[in-house]
Write a protein that binds this ligand. Sequence first.
Ligand SMILES: *Cc1c(COP(=O)(O)O)cnc(C)c1O
Length: 449
Amino acid sequence: MKTEQELALLADADARAARYLESVETRRVFPDKYAIADLEQLGGVFPETSSDPSHTLELLDVVGGAGAVTSNGPNYYGFVIGATLPVAAASDRLAAAWDQSASSHLNSPAMAKIEKIAGGWLLDVLDLPREAGVGFGTSATACGVSVLATARAGLLEKLGWDIAQQGLAGAPLIRVVVPETVHVTVKKALKLLGFGMQNVIFAPVDDHGRILPEQLPDIDAQTILCLQAGEVNTGEFDLFDQIIPAAKAKGAWVHVDGAFGIWARASKQKKHLTKGIELADSWTTDGHKWLNTPFDSAVAICRDKSLLSRTLNADAVYSSAEDDAQKNITLEFSRKARGLGFWAVLRSLGREGVDALVDQYCDLALEAAAGIRDLGITVHNRVVLNQVLCSFEDEVKTKDFLAAVQADGEVWFGASVWKGKPVFRISVSSWRTQSRHIQGLIKAMSKHA
Ligand SMILES: *Cc1c(COP(=O)(O)O)cnc(C)c1O
């Protein structure tokens, strides 16, 4: 392919992307059944021969685009997915042309520097220990795996056991305590690491989904305690300032899953919810949710930087790098710079902008909750953050209502279960969502309420 053809193809992609973005305000939020059926056209028999790349791009745009979910729009309230801020999307676009393997300084001085700076700013904006190690990974799930492996290695090291050399068989037993409301991906990380669900201790929680400090199971120097900043249903926070000092005094490792909620810490109004979180040993969070970076961007933060790099080191004779090179503190070896989106957003929004973004979500969630209550729908949580957990008294009505709103396609939110009953959950996490969209959401709901 000649350079002109390559540039024409990229320009075509940009033009198509622009048309898509122009439509996110008005297009269906979830594709209809016809668009979903048409996705078959992306497949067929594996081609024997090559074809014009522009045809592949056109197919992707016309058929794939129609089957996409408009989560990068203002009317999507499902899960906590987040849209993408233009500066992050544009930086990603530019970096795609560079195509860097951002494993270390040697492979990409630019990306190594950018991720180092992003890591420093991240600790600053989240007000976490400035000396911590910051590994940028694909997801809070993957970052959870790396940091929980580090937690176990650290506790075992203190007991005189080198897991890297001696393995797990015969090792002192490490217990894990999690809230009953723990996120499924933390369980997944624990399963992958061989802890086994039967050995995990589930701590009882209160009505808001927070661990009850007075009912916290026994904790000792062989315990990893996982807490939450932003419970997935209610958006609530464990009582860090009560729980963490006590657990640390007993020698436990405290990890905080803050996939989206930890960003409350970047807001002057909401920071109090995270009081004491800085005392933990490790934290995970996402860029691709609340910070509105593109996928896949997440981070593992570990107070003991050296332990993180001892656990995840991937140096070889042909490839040795700094201890804190990203390949030595993340799961990946070859990787794109997952910290780029953090850098772009933090640099462009600054402290004030991140603060405003967090408050935007929280204020709009309160506005949504008020409108929803006016429709006679029960809101089950206090709405301390961006999550609104709702249902009708009647379970069947709750399910029918959700199906009807989803079928209309004007907005989208999903189902959850709270205290054993079906509910639906509205999450505000797109920079594009404004008050007028919330009013649109209420109107769309009112048709079926
Ligand atoms: C989304 C989420 C995760 C997992 O994050 P991924 O980036 O999707 O892997 C973990 N914990 C909570 C509370 C979440 O909301």
